[in-house]
Design a binder for this molecule. Sequence first.
Ligand code: PFF
Length: 460
Amino acid sequence: MSEPAPPHQQANSLWTSRMAFILAAVGSAVGLGNIWKFPYITGENGGGAFVLVYLACIFLIGLPVLIAETLIGRRGGQSPVATMRTLTRTEGASKGWRIIGWNGVFAASLVLSFYAVIGGWALVYVGKAAFGLFVGADAETVGAQFDTLLSNPWELLLWHTAFMVIVVFIVARGIRAGLEKAVKMLMPLLFVLLIVMVLYAMTSGSFGRAVDFMFSPDFSRLTTEGVLVALGHAAFTLSVGIGTLMAYGSYLPKHINIARTSVSIAVMDTCVALLAGLAIFPLVFANGLEADAGPGLIFVTLPLAFGQMSGGLIFGTLFFALLLVAAITSAISMLEPVVEWLEERKGTTRVKSAMTGGFAVWLVGIGTVLSFNLWSNIYPLGFIGFFEGKTVFELIDFLASNILMPLGGLAIVLFVGWAVRREGLAEDIGLQGGLFRAFMVVLKFVTPAGIAVVFLYNLI
Ligand code: PFF
């Protein structure tokens, strides 16, 4: 007798199509990481050579975790916690692996707690751009606007709250009526906005220089640190390691080929990051600004560019709308594992679980809000040399992005590579023959080694 399908694998719970899953996963993957972080780390690390290493990392490190995590999610068909409980039993694996599920729920909440604060910045910047606050502004004014925003806890809290309310609202409506509908509407919008921005950048006069900067590798500008940044970012940008794909994978119909679908997701995510670079750098160069401006690149440097150019009001608004859409579709994927777990554990409705989970994450997010102003001089673990000078936000970011995410990713590939039974695995992943064997070698050795190197590097 065959086992009954797990809860999320019941016919009426599944994603309605392969495309719906791809849009949701790409929606999760494409976020602040692509539009905010990728351009500035490319700028800081010298351009072309960094981009090449990044591409290699996506396919050797990020993609295998993406495949493994989705596979675990679909096999378990429940929240990450219950999925790992079930799988350790059915695969005859040690109970220790269950930590993967707990890590997922915990780390996803932590990442969301600060991600929502930055999502709030995107929200407020849409308004600033639309109301013409950047028009004709000089560097000092634009910088001061950003500093003023960060220094006001109430304003930050307001936008942080607004952002969380949007996220909770979507997630509360469930997979089909909430997440699927949202991504089907928002992702095409995101692609259109991005293409419009790239077309606009093409007319700026410095497009050729931007292409050259991003695609002519100059290896003399690549440092060891650059390689490690590329590796770390490959995991972050694909949203792997913290249970979001496990949560999304739990609703993935059995007949869908995980390997092929995952490749599409990785390729799309990469294209968006590259296009974001092609939208941003021409504006930076055309206005004589610095490509290596760091985290302020899109909140300080770009508004300056928009303020100086014709059509800047419209395109500035479109740009921040793009950022906001990307942030929302990523944030909903982070709340999903938490909500699934609450639903299962408490047996409460989805709406209540979304509100409870959202509220808890919002509360933790206040720590990040305050880290930019009232608590900017408070270093809770400052007495430990390594954490000296780290604010609450920086500690949460460090714990989630540099410790829990890589360790989660490592545990996921090791679990599928070494602990899951081999029979049926090739069909479930959707690879055959030599390709499957090659994939298993990457999964067992290459990916874990890559993740371990970044992890250790980040600790020293
Ligand atoms: N991939 C998202 C980005 O690039 O912004 C960030 C992210 C989303 C990380 C979801 C982790 C996650 F679970």
